[in-house]
Design a protein around this ligand. Structure first.
Ligand SMILES: CC(C)(COP(=O)(O)OP(=O)(O)OC[C@H]1O[C@@H](n2cnc3c(N)ncnc32)[C@H](O)[C@@H]1OP(=O)(O)O)[C@@H](O)C(=O)NCCC(=O)NCCS
Length: 171
């Protein structure tokens, strides 16, 4: 497996293998943020096809609660491995590690990520990787409902933001 930042020509490939109906979380939106310099969109590739994604948002988490508690902390957003049969093989952990290495290379000593209260397995993975909960918040996002003519649906998920100090990685 290799992990690369997204290229323009990858966006259509990602959409084919992992269709996204999220508004801010579409592959096109994530690539556009990368091109604007606000993030790095990491893609793991296995046997020539994309098998997940993670967006490292250097501008931090959008939630005001998180920005107040940890100003300037970058966020790993949209961590995802697909198809589900490829989960529990280390791809998600490798994406987190790749994001941390990018942060260290930029001189950033912290990394954070949010996890939904209904996702204890992901929270357990992050705890194993060294992340600790610091603040609860509500993740507000929207998607286009393909079953109802692409109608916009608003979501509000209770989450916890977890943070890891990266000093140890720099040694
Ligand atoms: C969370 C996720 C990115 C982890 O990727 P991964 O490649 O399975 O991660 P790793 O193989 O490095 O680590 C596996 C661990 O991830 C956690 N995990 C969370 N959800 C999981 C799932 N649906 N299937 C398998 N493992 C999951 C478990 O702690 C698992 O440990 P276990 O195999 O001992 O149970 C992946 O499971 C996924 O895409 N889940 C659906 C989307 C999601 O929940 N994203 C996280 C949003 S905060």
């Amino acid at each position: 497996m290799r992990i690369d930042s997204c290229r323009a020509e990858d966006v259509a490939v990602l959409e084919r293998f992992m269709p996204s109906h999220s508004v801010d979380g579409s592959h096109g939106a994530r690539f556009a943020r990368q091109e604007a310099g606000g993030s790095t969109y990491l893609i793991p590739w296995l046997d020539g096809r994309p098998v997940g994604h993670a967006e490292v948002r250097w501008t931090g988490c959008a939630a005001t609660e998180v920005r107040a508690a940890r100003p300037g902390c970058p966020e790993i957003n949209g961590l995802f491995v697909w198809p589900a049969t490829l989960r529990s093989r280390g791809i998600g952990g490798a994406l987190v590690r790749a994001a941390e290495e990018l942060a260290v290379a930029r001189g950033t000593g912290l990394m954070g990520l949010g996890v939904g209260d209904d996702n204890p397995r992901a929270a357990a993975l992050y705890a194993r990787l060294g992340y600790r909960p610091v603040v609860t918040y509500v993740d507000r996002w929207a998607y286009l409902d393909v079953d109802v003519d692409g109608e916009r649906r608003e979501c509000a998920d209770p989450c916890v933001f977890m943070v890891k100090r990266l000093d140890a990685l720099q040694a």
